[in-house]
Design a protein around this ligand. Structure first.
Ligand code: C2E
Ligand code: MG
Ligand code: MG
Ligand code: MG
Length: 293
């Protein structure tokens, strides 16, 4: 009897598990092919607006995959798969190289200078070859290292904090900027934060999304901004979608905003257009504008 029941649940459970596993395997082999072929992957770029002058001062590069069957896939669908299968190394190389070449092409076109932010996954950051790769890509592309910004999550930096400090020093010696992504959602170890040589914190969008409705989120956002400034770090707010959120962030002294309110992630051609036309956030929406006038 007991054996029968076990068998039953085994039969019920296995097919679902294996179909999921099969789907994963298929996607993994598709990704491998996409990386070899090089035409299905694309970087989108999302504007970052400086609240001191209302101008676009940077972009974040965000990967997309034009899958021949499944359409445009967002990174949530394939980044963890890439990490687990080891494909994150070639994928990360491709992203870094594509972003640097795009940055150089904007620079060469005489467009206003912007920084190009690139996301590094935990595994990529902790690979021994990271420094060599970054240096090689910078040299091959010819992009000014000051234009490159690397985004790391707290979990990536906390795997081996002492090693992280050493790598961050080397990156910054090259002139590269470093931002802590999704700040406030990870370990937030202040002992290390004070020792990490980074340039910026990216306030996670989970604090921004309810900013106008939830006083606790406003309190956290203000505290993060104040702390960052005391530590001589800049703050980029992620996921800014409304004028109300922008107003509260500007009043709190936030340095930079990124989000649908100022622009969605877009193909390079569209970002080029935006750079040519110029973004100009009106003075009353910038930081430090006196609302008592
Ligand atoms: P992230 O680095 O925190 O990127 C911000 C995410 O928020 C992006 O999602 C962006 O499209 C989205 N976003 C921006 N503004 C808004 C907004 O106003 N509202 C809302 N609801 N969302 C907004 P995306 O492009 O789907 O990327 C998700 C995550 O995938 C990224 O989070 C990053 O961790 C990872 N990722 C993206 N590109 C790469 C890459 O090239 N390499 C690696 N390793 N990871 C990447
Ligand atoms: Mg990011
Ligand atoms: Mg983020
Ligand atoms: Mg995120």
């Amino acid at each position: 009897q007991a054996i029968n029941e076990q068998n039953k649940s085994y039969e019920l459970y296995t097919p679902r598990l294996s179909s999921q596993a099969r789907e994963r395997l298929a996607l993994e082999s598709d990704l491998r092919m996409a990386l070899n072929q090089g035409t299905q992957l694309e970087l989108f770029y999302q504007p970052q607006i400086d609240l001191a002058n209302g101008r676009m001062t940077g972009v974040e590069s965000l990967i997309r995959w034009r899958h021949p069957l499944h359409g445009l896939l967002s990174p949530a669908r394939f980044i963890s798969l890439a990490e687990q299968s080891g494909l994150i190394s070639p994928l990360g190389d491709w992203v870094l190289q594509t972003a640097c070449l795009q940055g150089l092409s904007w620079e060469r076109a005489g467009l206003p200078p912007i920084t190009i932010a690139v996301n590094l996954s935990a595994r990529q950051f902790n690979e021994p070859r990271l420094m060599a790769t970054v240096q090689a890509v910078l040299e091959a592309s010819g992009l000014d290292p000051h234009r490159l910004e690397l985004e790391l999550t707290e979990s990536a930096t906390m795997q081996d904090p002492e090693k992280t400090i050493a790598i961050l020093r080397q990156l910054r010696e090259l002139g590269i900027q470093v931002a802590i992504d999704d700040f406030g959602t990870g370990y937030s170890n202040f002992n290390y934060l004070k020792r990490f040589p980074v340039d910026k914190l990216k306030l996670d969008q989970s604090f921004v999304s309810e900013l106008t409705a939830d006083p606790d989120d406003l309190a956290i956002s203000r505290a993060v901004i104040a702390m960052a400034h005391q530590l001589r770090l800049g703050v980029v707010a992620e996921g800014v979608e409304t004028e109300g959120q922008l107003a509260l962030l500007a009043a709190a002294g936030c340095d930079t905003i990124q989000g649908y309110y100022v622009g969605r992630p877009m193909p390079a051609v569209d970002l080029t257009q935006l750079l040519q036309n110029g973004v100009n956030l009106p003075p009353e929406k910038r930081r430090g504008y006196s609302r008592t006038l």
